[in-house]
Design a protein around this ligand. Structure first.
Ligand code: NCD
Length: 307
């Protein structure tokens, strides 16, 4: 059974097809209104979420399907000690496809091995978040008109930020990509990402603690929040939380066609004064996320023989 746990579960060609489907959905939503009639998506969210869960659910409704949902760990048998594998087997009896978010790294993989229906990883701890990356990829494509020859700044919590790990993994498969990694010392990109992805693929990257240092070079600036829930102590979080706040002043040397991205939720990382700047793309990412999730649900249900 085909599941999507990691962004590299999808080839570059498949990413292109998904973006094409998403663009077709944007242009002709009426063609897709009934395609998932009588099909059910189960959203199993054992960690907080607004965009990811609601966009999966909106996606399934816009495809004409239905949704069943667990919206917190406390509201399901996980609170009684049920294993992820048993939950996945159970939900396989009720639904046609699962989208799952869990605080533990690897939980979606475990679920996919036990389930008899496709499982989509909607975020596993500080590890991966492939469908946020699908939203990010479509945004990059629609804003820049290309996926290659880009200098991408990633700023904030590069250690625990799962969206960053998945985005690096996806973008480093395209031609002539360079990364600028902007973080405090304590929140640097984990060495497994640096060695396994950037090192092995010989992708050029620079590390800095200063947000403005490489600003004039950047085509994309991807801001992230400090991931409070993954810290071991509150003091460290309080010390690091406002390390970077993007303001109009800091954008003075930026390119005119810079794309400013953020997976959201934003805490303090981007001043609201930037929201009206035409380079701000974070709410476009939200919209694109729904279309890419529609495309992904369609693809996986077709491959499973459900559609
Ligand atoms: C991200 C996540 O859950 O990792 N949110 C999202 O899905 N858009 C980013 C975050 O929580 O900071």
């Amino acid at each position: 059974m085909r599941s999507v746990i990691d962004i590299v579960d999808l080839s570059v060609e498949e990413l292109r097809e998904l973006m094409q489907t998403a663009c077709d959905i944007i242009e002709h939503p009426e063609r897709y209104r009934e395609v998932c009639r009588h099909k059910k998506l189960a959203t199993l969210f054992f960690e907080p979420s607004t965009r990811t869960r609601l966009s999966f659910e909106a996606a399934m409704y816009e495809l004409g399907g239905n949704v069943i949902s667990v919206s917190s760990a406390g509201a399901s048998s996980a609170a009684k000690g049920e294993s992820v594998a048993d939950t996945a087997k159970t939900v396989s009896c009720y639904a046609d496809i699962i989208a799952m978010r869990h605080p533990k790294e690897g939980a979606a993989l475990v679920a996919s091995r036990a389930a008899t229906i496709p499982v989509i990883n909607a975020g596993d701890g500080g590890h991966n978040h492939p469908t946020q990356t699908l939203a990010d990829l479509l945004t990059i494509y629609r804003e820049k008109g290309r996926m290659d020859h880009l200098t991408i700044g990633l700023c904030g919590d590069l250690k625990f930020g799962r969206t960053v790990h998945s985005l690096i993994n996806a973008m480093s498969r395209y031609e002539d990509i360079r990364f600028v990694l902007i973080s405090p010392e304590e929140l640097k990109l984990p060495s497994y990402v640096k060695k396994d992805l950037l090192g092995r693929r010989r992708i050029p990257y620079w590390q800095t603690t200063a947000l403005e240092e490489f600003m004039p070079e950047l085509d994309i600036l991807y801001m992230t929040r400090v991931q409070r829930e993954r810290f071991f102590n509150e003091e460290d979080y309080l010390r690091l939380k406002d390390s970077y706040i993007l303001t109009p002043q800091k954008l003075k040397t930026a390119k005119e066609d810079l794309a400013i991205m953020h997976p959201l939720p934003r805490v303090n990382e981007i001043s609201i004064a930037i929201d009206d700047d035409p380079r701000a793309c974070y709410f476009k990412q939200v919209a694109n996320g729904k279309y890419m999730r529609m495309a992904l649900i369609l693809k996986l249900l077709k491959e499973a023989g459900t559609l």
